[in-house]
Design a protein around this ligand. Structure first.
Ligand SMILES: C[S@@+](CC[C@H](N)C(=O)[O-])C[C@H]1O[C@@H](n2cnc3c(N)ncnc32)[C@H](O)[C@@H]1O
Length: 273
């Protein structure tokens, strides 16, 4: 069932100050339909009435902001990143005076992606006998997920792709949960940042952007086309020349359309030209 969401968007904007028009229409329609079913409603007009209620609106907004993530979510991409991209960045960085490799996990959710990045960087430093000269910034528009990332406490489900060796090295067990080791936690700088914020070019915590790597995974496809472009433009401008952009497998085409990158290794890793 495809629902007309104009009235719904109106009430959510008026009552709760949230603009639903930024989302991709099929995704929005599917989410609304699901929420209506969960509420046991068939008529859009009934759902509109229900949305005047704050907690129902909160449920709709939460289901639009899917925050699903896991460590090493795309193992192939992380493998390529570790074996092919990182060595190049370390090599490039050797010749820079006081240089650092700058990375940004731009929709980091509860932190699994940023900590996965921190793990491979930490291991690369150990393997190459180099002192850490990298910085990882991790941002999300939701302060709730950032709070959870800062705590760094994960259930086994999020850790399915983490090897036993990594579990032993980078985590501490606490009952049924695993806590990120304090030393690793210190290498990631988490902050709240909305990619659609028009008042800044990059997250303020990073001061000037100029990233060598940006992970922008599994966030573009939720937005309508002009919003995707807006986000991509911001991220592209924040990347240094020759920097790498990593998106979700389903988002490759969105990047290919803007002609600012070459696709690397046939994967969802792109290099800025
Ligand atoms: C599905 S999760 C993806 C997490 C991780 N990047 C991954 O691939 O596993 C999408 C995340 O994007 C965040 N997000 C959505 N819109 C955003 C925006 N405009 N600015 C920053 N974060 C956003 C959501 O809050 C959510 O945590």
């Amino acid at each position: 069932m495809k629902v007309s969401y104009t009235e719904i968007a109106d009430v959510v904007e008026k009552q709760h100050g949230i603009d639903l028009s930024v989302y991709e229409s099929a995704f929005l329609s599917k989410t609304i339909t699901r929420q209506m079913k969960l509420a046991g409603l068939h008529e859009v007009s009934d759902y509109v009435t229900l949305l005047n209620n704050k907690s129902e609106a909160r449920l709709l907004i939460a289901s639009l902001n899917n925050s699903y993530t896991e460590f090493f979510r795309d193992p192939l991409v992380f493998g390529l990143f570790e074996k092919r991209v990182l060595p190049e960045l370390f090599e490039r960085n050797k010749n820079k005076k006081n240089g650092e490799i700058r990375m940004w996990s731009a929709a980091c959710s509860t932190g699994e992606e940023a900590y996965s990045l921190a793990i491979v960087c930490d291991e690369a430093c150990v393997n190459q006998n180099q002192k850490a000269r990298h910085r990882i910034f991790a941002t999300d528009k939701s302060s709730e997920v950032i709070q959870r990332a800062l705590i760094g406490r994960y259930s086994q489900a999020a850790l399915a792709q983490v090897t036993f060796k990594r579990l032993l090295t980078h985590f501490e067990r606490s009952d049924d949960f695993f806590l990120i080791a304090e030393s690793l936690k210190k290498t990631v700088d988490f902050s709240v940042y909305d990619l659609l914020d028009e008042n800044s070019f990059s997250p303020p915590a990073s001061i000037f952007g100029h990233f060598d790597v940006v992970f922008l995974s599994n966030v573009l496809f939720y937005y309508r086309e002009d919003m995707r472009r807006k986000i991509l433009l911001k991220v592209t401008n924040s990347l240094a020349k020759g920097g790498y952009l990593i998106v979700g497998e389903a988002e490759k085409q969105i990047v290919e359309e803007i002609n600012a990158y070459i696709c690397c290794f046939g994967s969802s890793i792109f290099k800025k030209v």
